[in-house]
Write a protein that binds this ligand. Structure first.
Ligand SMILES: NC(=O)c1ccc[n+]([C@@H]2O[C@H](COP(=O)([O-])OP(=O)(O)OC[C@H]3O[C@@H](n4cnc5c(N)ncnc54)[C@H](OP(=O)(O)O)[C@@H]3O)[C@@H](O)[C@H]2O)c1
Length: 174
């Protein structure tokens, strides 16, 4: 096993996953979780959000206070000068503005493609099975160590209870 310092890429994956692995439905999130959106805002503020073209279109605009990089192999044009488009993960680091960390924020295709590039996962477990058409890719959790976990009962504006976990990579496969 490698020591953790040699595993650091500086990329962090941020995701909310239902108990049955679902992360999306009809191009949107399958839940209303105000507390989680607040935490997402706090965690990502000032950083660089890396997202797939479909997730960007679902959000519909760059989120304030953060850089947005969209991954697309097509001729996608957001119409916003501040939104950068990359056609491959290898182009991303060169586009990140100084002082910002890369936070991979979905969706499923981008999580799958970038998993090996990430050394931290900020994971909201949504404590319910939900219907949906998009799932989080398979993860070998033996490559990851749970650093912390916090259970959060549903607040007034949350549909479900959640548990927030921080995972750090302990092994990167060749
Ligand atoms: N629960 C959560 O935390 C969470 C977070 C984010 C999103 N979501 C949900 O996830 C769903 C969307 O996920 P999705 O998997 O369908 O779409 P996605 O990953 O957001 O976007 C897919 C698009 O990204 C581009 N792409 C994919 N792999 C690429 C690569 N290796 N290099 C360059 N471009 C690449 C392609 O764009 P082109 O077709 O333009 O080439 C592809 O069509 C929505 O329901 C959304 O709400 C959930």
């Amino acid at each position: 096993m490698q020591n953790s310092s040699s595993l650091e890429t500086g990329w962090t994956l941020v995701v909310a996953i239902a108990q049955n692995g679902v992360i999306g439905r009809d191009g949107d999130l399958p839940w209303r979780l105000s507390s989680d959106l607040k935490r997402f805002k706090q965690m990502t503020m000032g950083h660089c959000l890396l997202m797939g073209r479909k997730t960007y279109e679902s959000i519909g605009r760059p989120l304030p206070g953060r850089q947005t990089i969209v991954l697309s192999r097509s001729e996608f044009d957001s119409g916003k000068a501040e939104v950068k488009v990359c056609s491959a993960l290898g182009q991303v680091d060169a586009c990140v503005e100084s002082g910002r960390s890369v936070m991979v924020v979905g969706g499923s295709q981008i999580y799958r493609a970038s998993m090996d590039w990430c050394d931290t996962i900020l994971l909201t477990r949504v404590l319910v099975d939900v219907d949906g058409d998009t799932v989080f890719p398979e993860v070998d959790w033996s490559d990851w160590l749970l650093e912390s976990e916090e259970e959060l009962p549903a607040g007034d504006k949350d549909e479900y209870s959640t548990a927030f976990q921080i995972w750090n990579r302990v092994r990167r496969r060749a």
